[in-house]
Ligand binder design. Structure first.
Ligand SMILES: NC(=O)C1=CN([C@@H]2O[C@H](COP(=O)(O)OP(=O)(O)OC[C@H]3O[C@@H](n4cnc5c(N)ncnc54)[C@H](O)[C@@H]3O)[C@@H](O)[C@H]2O)C=CC1
Ligand SMILES: O=C(O)C(=O)COP(=O)(O)O
Length: 527
């Protein structure tokens, strides 16, 4: 039974999938401190959060069973991603479910700041009928500058155009073609600062975006500009904004997010009549909360059940069309890695991976991760596809990829060489329609066996009677041989025998086999 802890207020309707799963027990406990989480997290296989729970390294150190952290929303700045990756914990988010909610909140904030709606409401309910102070501005014919043109930024742009606004934007990943398609003119941040009547930011908070709107940008702005932040506190320099309001440059600002949440009681925004605020409500609609909870529950369930998932934040995502092509090779790649690791002596220094035939035109990096996982699985604890590349890097294992278009007898071929200080070994495998996974080469030998069940790999000298001797010894031990394949490079030279047997060979059987004349090594593979 998998145990899932929900530590922030997440829609119950959205996580119904988890409540209904026969193999999952859901525990909802919100408002826990770091120490309280540390005390209980060891019991859980997955953790679901929004933005309140700070998932720190200390919590992850205590999370011995944790496989997944699901963020029911977009921003993962409350989760220590590096710590999660090191421990092989998959962090997933729900990037699509709250786009419209946040976009609409941004619009609500933009209209509110243009028309002083919160200030006017306050006065009206206090009994003051003031129709002079709150004369606003129209959005029509104004220029909206958008910093960050991802999902939310793009939706804001579309709606702004319907309001008759001119939209200019900055996003280092936005191409001219796409900008043109959305109807946005690409500008630099400083050009936006100089030209816009309204600025809204929709980026994550990163080293690059922190204070992306700061004193230098405020100095360029036209008087009367209005600023909106429904992304993350700190993207706009809070102090510089207050100073720009005091100087009469900024006419108003609308903030949903703060550098520190909740802001301290004496935060300058809370006293300033030109700044309107909401308590991080961008994603707080019934629809968005249900959407993100459904998405994140579905993904967590896949991870717990070892099924493919898509929105990992601490692993490169694989588009569905690529996944369809590469997924069939995951198990083969992992098995090749494991076999190589079991037959190669010494600390791994290098893994050389060759992709041929139909594999040369696809993004094979997800297969690479599985091969590296396979290589490390029997050598290190807790290896999985999230941390495999990281673990290889921290152990100075060099990974090189070769794609070869030269003709082979196979429609697809994975060739992996493992190099250690002592030796190097190569294995090649293929997927054959109707036959499944086959290992077709071990070093210079052509072989053909399915990498499953109990496999004995025998290196010997090519002398008459070898097959009989090995067969007799195994027969005497009541071990039935299911398949046998013998390969050699030259008559009488070094040879290899691959046997699949119906039950595991005890260690003494392997030792007895090794004592037979002309046998060099015997390895039992565990797959
Ligand atoms: N107030 C709230 O409740 C919510 C806030 N958010 C915030 O909104 C942000 C944006 O969300 P989405 O649009 O869904 O994410 P997204 O990933 O689709 O878009 C973010 C965009 O920012 C751009 N970007 C990154 N670095 C940049 C830089 N230095 N300068 C300019 N652009 C840069 C990226 O290229 C990307 O296009 C999230 O990161 C989150 O912090 C999201 C949902 C709800
Ligand atoms: O999705 C995001 O990035 C958000 O900021 C929403 O945060 P919340 O889930 O409402 O705490």
């Amino acid at each position: 039974m998998f145990k899932v802890l929900v530590s922030d207020p997440i829609s119950d309707q959205g996580i119904q999938l988890l409540y209904d799963a026969p193999d999952v027990e859901v525990v909802k406990q919100t408002g826990l401190s770091e120490d309280e989480l540390v005390a209980i997290i060891g019991d859980y296989d997955a953790l679901l959060v929004r933005s309140q729970t700070r998932v720190t390294e200390k919590i992850m150190n205590a999370a011995s069973k944790l496989k997944a952290i699901g963020r029911a929303g977009v921003g993962v700045d409350n989760i220590d991603l590096e710590a999660a990756t090191k421990r092989g914990i998959v962090v997933i988010n729900a990037p699509d479910g709250n786009t419209i909610a946040t976009c609409e909140h941004t619009f609500a904030m933009m209209m509110s700041v243009a028309r002083f709606i919160p200030q006017a409401y306050k006065k009206t309910v206090e009994g003051v009928w003031d129709r002079k102070t709150f004369v606003g501005v129209e959005l029509r014919n104004k220029t909206l500058g958008i910093v960050g043109m991802g999902r939310i930024g793009t939706e804001v742009a579309k709606r702004a155009k319907v309001f008759g606004m001119e939209v200019i934007g900055y996003d280092p990943f936005l191409t001219e073609e796409r900008a043109e398609k959305i109807g946005v003119q690409l500008k630099t941040v400083n050009e936006i600062a100089a030209q816009a009547d309204f600025i809204t930011v929709h980026t994550p908070l990163t080293k690059e975006t922190r204070h992306i709107i700061g004193p230098d940008q405020f100095a360029l702005m036209k008087p009367g500009i209005r600023i909106i932040n429904c992304a993350r506190g700190g993207i706009i320099d809070e102090q510089a904004l207050v100073a720009a309001i005091d100087k009469g440059i900024v006419a108003g600002a609308a903030f949903d997010v703060f550098t520190q949440e909740p802001p301290e009681a004496d935060h300058p925004f809370l006293q300033n009549p030109k700044i309107i605020v909401t308590p991080h409500l961008g994603a707080s609609t019934i629809e968005a909360q249900e959407n993100v909870a459904i998405d994140v529950s579905d993904e967590v369930l896949h991870i717990l059940r070892d099924e493919p998932f898509k929105n990992a934040v601490n692993m490169p995502s694989v588009p569905a069309n690529v996944l369809n092509k590469v997924q069939p090779y995951f198990e083969l790649g992992e098995k090749i890695g494991r076999i190589l690791s079991q037959i190669t002596q010494g600390a791994v220094q290098e893994i050389v991976i060759g992709y041929s035939s139909s594999l040369i035109d696809v993004d094979t990096s997800p297969i690479t991760r599985h091969i590296v996982k396979g290589v490390l699985t029997d050598r290190l604890d807790g290896v999985n596809i999230v941390n495999a590349m990281h673990l290889a890097k921290t152990r100075d294992i060099h990974i090189s990829i070769q794609k070869s278009s030269s003709q082979t007898a196979f429609t697809n071929l994975l060739t992996v060489t493992l190099k250690t200080k002592q030796e190097q070994k190569t294995l090649a495998g293929t997927l054959v329609a109707e036959y499944g996974e086959r290992i077709v080469r071990i070093d210079g030998y052509s072989v053909d066996f399915a990498p499953q069940g109990n496999v004995l790999l025998v290196s010997h000298n090519d002398k008459p009677g070898m097959i009989g001797r090995v067969g007799t010894l195994l027969g005497n031990q009541d071990i039935n041989i299911a398949t046998m394949h013998v390969g050699r490079q030259v008559i009488g030279g070094a040879a290899i025998m691959v046997l699949t047997i119906d039950k595991p060979a005890e260690i003494n059987v392997v030792t007895e086999l090794e004592k037979l004349p002309e046998i060099v090594t015997v390895r039992e593979l565990s797959l």
